[in-house]
Design a binder for this molecule. Structure first.
Ligand code: ZN
Length: 191
């Protein structure tokens, strides 16, 4: 596809990084006092998209402001969805484990598009789930995502913040565990 055929929010998600955004710097985190974080150039739509990753500036904005990862607009509380069965992970924290995710949410209309555009979401288990009332809290991600490993190696700053991720509450964590359990393929008992 030539670059003029790309339409952000229509056939390419808003969070996706572009080839002209391969410029990085380090700043003090505006959210986490005392921590340094990586910044990335923001020129969405310029050059070629790299759908496997996320521009870290848009990724953080998406997580903090509940912006839709497909179209970039703020999702209202009653139209905000996640794909927790096939994305995110469980993280041990004091007192238990919580579901965590670095993926921004989507609108319900955009969830449909996300499933068609994202290889990760093509799985038949990828059903959108309503975002919980309990927003949990946001934490700094200090390990570099796959598409930024080369930058991390060059900068070599231990403790540098890359993206942000959201730590969900106990109720949503239980729900995700149950949904994942329900999606386990039923094994043939054989004999
Ligand atoms: Zn949207």
């Amino acid at each position: 596809m030539n670059e003029s055929a790309w339409r952000i929010g229509k056939n390419i998600p808003w969070v996706v990084p572009w080839s002209e955004e391969e410029a990085f710097a380090v700043r003090e985190s505006p959210i986490f006092p005392g921590l340094l974080e990586l910044t990335q150039a923001e020129r969405p739509g310029v050059g070629q998209p790299a759908p496997a990753g996320m521009n870290i500036m848009r990724q953080r904005l998406g997580v903090i402001e509940h912006r839709c990862h497909v179209c970039g607009e703020v999702t209202p509380a009653n139209d905000r969805f996640l794909f927790p069965v096939v994305t995110g992970a469980f993280l041990k924290i004091p007192g238990g484990a919580r579901y965590v995710s670095h993926l921004p949410p989507t609108h319900t209309a955009c969830a449909d598009l996300a499933q068609r555009l994202c290889p990760h979401l093509k799985s038949r288990y990828a059903k959108p789930v309503r975002f919980p009332h309990d927003n949990g809290f946001v934490s700094p991600e200090r390990s570099a995502p796959e598409n930024l490993r080369h930058v991390a190696e060059r900068i070599a700053l231990p403790g540098l913040v890359y993206g942000y991720y959201r730590v969900f509450g106990e109720g949503f964590t239980r729900l995700v565990r149950r949904l994942r359990h329900d999606q386990e393929p039923i094994r043939d008992g054989g004999g």
